[in-house]
Design a protein around this ligand. Structure first.
Ligand code: SF4
Length: 339
């Protein structure tokens, strides 16, 4: 999603979901208790009209449920309400999230006719055991087939994946990311697992049957899969759950919930890049690493953690970060002027 794209979200929490995925409580994730109706759509757009600058061309997004799994007359009434604003030229288009086993030619034709341009598929994992233990109710093949169909019909495809689900391992997360790269969507959302109260996962965790996917676990695994997507030109639209009042006030009881998870991951990616650079360079024990000015804080890390780690690992006397004139990382020995 380019920086200029604006989204008007309309939540339909759990609507259409034929299964209760073990980790999911959309009412708490979205902070909304009741599903949207056509009046919600109209209200959301009218509110946005007052707030957005002229000519913004936002997209209206149906999130939080399985849009294409709801009865077709309900889909049509929600889509019609939004499509009126596509026709007037206020909305650029409509986007929605759904399940891979609720995609077929007839559904996609319908979405096309109402101005939907982007379809987000909740894949979560492409590992059979993980899908099974997470209660997803669909297979990896469903994801691959649905993704191919969505692309064939000309929609922009976004795939949502999760890390640290029941039955998951770092290797499985990486394999899922590699397979998603082969599918080649326009973008991905990565949601490391959060334990939310009143979910089956919460009960499993309390019973000692699920081991928490900590913030650090998530940062570590995401720092390995983010470069895979970047190297394949796949945009990372979101990393980590959006913080909501409900989640922040105690409903997220464990797992990878952190308001700045994406920044922590970028910083860990930088740490690995700098580590690689130091280990292959012929430099002394006092070094300077230069990188793009906008990435200096990622290079330094929270509480200067990256620099402290590297200094210790390589027994350095000093390590300094400075801005470079290009987008690359460069390393050099620190020059000391001796009077
Ligand atoms: S993860 Fe998606 S399909 Fe599963 S219950 Fe939540 S909204 Fe429904």
């Amino acid at each position: 999603m380019s920086a200029r794209e604006r989204i008007i979200p309309v939540f339909i929490p759990h609507v259409g979901c034929p299964h209760n995925c073990v980790f999911c409580n959309q009412r708490k994730i979205s902070g909304q208790l009741t599903p949207a109706g056509t009046d919600t759509v109209i209200q959301a757009v009218e509110d946005a009209k007052k707030m957005l600058p002229e000519g913004s061309k936002p997209q209206l997004a149906f999130y939080g449920g399985s849009f294409t799994a709801i009865p077709s007359d309900e889909q049509i009434s929600l889509l019609s309400a939004a499509h009126k604003y596509v026709e007037t030229g206020f909305l650029d288009s409509i986007r929605l999230s759904t399940r891979p086993d609720a995609i077929g030619p007839e559904t996609l034709e319908r979405l096309h006719s109402f101005g939907v341009k982007t379809v987000e598929l909740g894949a979560q994992s492409l590992d059979r055991e993980v899908l099974l233990r997470s209660g997803r109710g669909h297979t990896a093949e469903d994801v691959i087939n649905a993704a191919a169909l969505v692309k064939e019909y000309g929609f922009r495809l976004i795939i949502q994946i999760m890390t640290g689900l029941p039955g998951d391992t770092p290797e499985k997360d990486i394999r899922t990311a590699e397979e998603v790269c082969r599918i080649a969507p326009y973008g991905v959302r990565i949601y490391p697992t959060v334990i939310i109260r009143d979910t089956a996962l919460y009960e499993l965790w309390k019973a000692g049957k699920y081991e928490e996917h900590t913030v650090n676990d998530a940062v570590e695994i995401c720092s390995r899969i983010v470069p895979l997507f970047e190297n394949n030109g796949i945009e990372i639209i979101r990393l980590g759950l959006n913080p909501t009042d409900e989640l922040s006030s105690g409903e997220a009881v464990g797992g990878a919930y952190h308001p700045a998870l994406g920044e922590l991951v970028k910083s860990r990616v930088m740490y690995y890049r700098m580590r690689e650079l130091i280990s292959t360079a012929d430099v002394g024990r006092s070094i300077v690493i230069s990188g793009p000015a906008r990435k200096l804080s990622q290079m330094t890390g929270q509480h200067r953690d990256n620099l402290k780690r590297l200094k210790k690992e390589f027994s350095l006397n000093s390590i300094r970060i400075s801005p470079s004139e290009d987008d690359e990382l460069h390393i050099a020995s620190e020059l000391r002027i001796i009077d």
